[in-house]
Design a protein around this ligand. Structure first.
Ligand SMILES: [Zn+2]
Length: 410
């Protein structure tokens, strides 16, 4: 089996791996200014997508040009999320180099879509492929690929612990070779219940003090998780941004969430903001909790809420995930100021960070890999892939961290 790492190697973003020159696993986008796409030019017979995050699926529509379009295999929620993301990219960047596809390509995605449930083996580019629940977001999958000689397990993004939205991964299919993500290979997450408790306590305190809490959250997975946390603790809230569309969409996929009834309750508990800035400013002045995109304050309705609440120290901004270096969210946490609509402004409202991660931490990754001690392990999707591969090698694994562009035979 031959593997070509076209992106997402020694980095996070633009994940793409070409198997035997015919089967493509993921085709993502690295967001940034400008965004980056997988290297090389590919013409796969089929594409298999692990899950509906931009860094895994963002560039898939661009594969559907010319006359010969590959089939695109994914779970039903991943297909829906891919459509949502593609339309959003087109809306934000259509007609520029930052968006390598058009509305026509997005329509072809629907024509070429072949959805599969977890555990169902299907054929793609002469390989047998099976999805297993990866416990990361609804519809996320580990991808097992069998070319008749070698079984490859591509873990993609996964979590070993339960979240409210999805249960942690438990499937460990037999494999001869593993490609493993490593996002949090040097982090130990605090216990989720403890993080929730601290978050809820902080939100409640601010509400009691008469303040407003803005909770920036990623649209896919995180927004819904936070709404479930707030509902479980009887805290009323507003929800705004692309996460509301995902929330509505997930109603149609009860089998892909951990507790469909709890998600439904969370949806009823949250008041959906329909999107006018006048309404947003009124809500921001209320004594309220607002869950909104974007998760790192780089856009979305948060850009309307933060200016409204920033000057009052009674107010609070509760960030709910890792803030990438160089993003306004990181600037806010580290320096108490924020780039808003073109200018840097001081923020008197208190900023706090809560680690609601959807990835396995150091212990989760190691526990997962104990089932694959005899398989070569290729570490990808992280800021310290080589260091994690070194740690694995020190413990007897045959581990390495290929660079973008690397070709390996296994
Ligand atoms: Zn992901």
């Amino acid at each position: 089996m031959q593997l070509q790492f076209l992106g997402g190697a020694e980095e996070v973003g633009r994940s793409a791996i070409l198997v035997n020159d015919s089967l493509l696993l993921d085709y993502g986008m690295l967001t940034g200014n400008p965004p980056q796409f997988p290297v090389g030019s590919v013409d796969p017979d089929a594409v298999v997508v692990s899950h509906g995050h931009l860094d895994h699926v963002g560039t898939v529509p661009a594969l559907l040009s010319g006359d010969d379009w590959p089939a695109v295999h994914w779970t039903p929620p991943t297909y829906e999320l891919a459509l949502t993301l593609a339309r959003d990219t087109l809306k934000l960047h259509g007609g520029t180099y930052d968006c390598p596809f058009t509305e026509t390509h997005i329509r072809r995605m629907t024509q070429q879509s072949e959805p599969h449930a977890y555990g169902e083996t299907f054929e793609a580019a002469d390989h047998e492929v099976t999805f297993y629940n990866a416990g990361h977001i609804p519809g996320s999958a580990h991808v097992l690929v069998d070319d008749g000689e070698t079984r490859l397990l591509y873990t993609a993004d996964f979590h070993t612990d339960d979240q409210r939205l999805v249960a942690g991964t438990t499937d460990r299919p037999d494999a001869d070779v593993v490609i493993c993500e490593s996002t949090y290979s040097d982090v130990e997450h605090d216990d989720r219940a403890t993080v929730e408790e601290r978050f809820v306590e902080s939100v409640r305190t601010t509400i009691w003090e008469g303040g407003t809490v803005v909770v920036p959250a990623f649209a896919i997975g995180r927004t819904q998780e936070i709404l479930m946390v707030l509902d479980a603790h009887d805290i009323d809230c507003y929800v705004d941004g692309m996460g509301t569309r995902v929330l509505k969409m997930l109603r149609n996929y009860p089998d892909y969430v951990r507790d469909a009834a709890a998600l439904k309750r969370a949806k009823s508990n949250a008041r959906i903001v329909s999107g006018r800035d006048g309404q947003r400013r009124r809500i921001a002045r209320q004594n309220s909790v607002i869950v909104t995109t974007s998760g790192m304050l780089s856009g979305g309705p948060a850009m309307t809420y933060i200016p409204e609440i920033r000057q009052d120290p009674t107010n609070k901004i509760c960030l709910t995930g890792y803030q990438v270096e160089g993003t306004p969210g990181r600037e806010l946490v580290e320096r108490g100021r924020c780039e808003l609509n073109g200018g840097v402004v001081p923020v008197a409202a208190r900023a706090e960070m809560y680690d609601f991660s959807a990835h396995a931490d150091k212990h989760g990754l190691r526990a997962f890999l104990t089932d694959y001690e005899d398989a070569p392990v290729f570490v990808n999707h992280g800021d310290r892939c080589a260091a994690f591969a070194d740690e694995l090698r020190a413990d007897g694994y045959d581990a390495s961290a290929p660079a973008v562009g690397a070709v390996v035979d296994v």
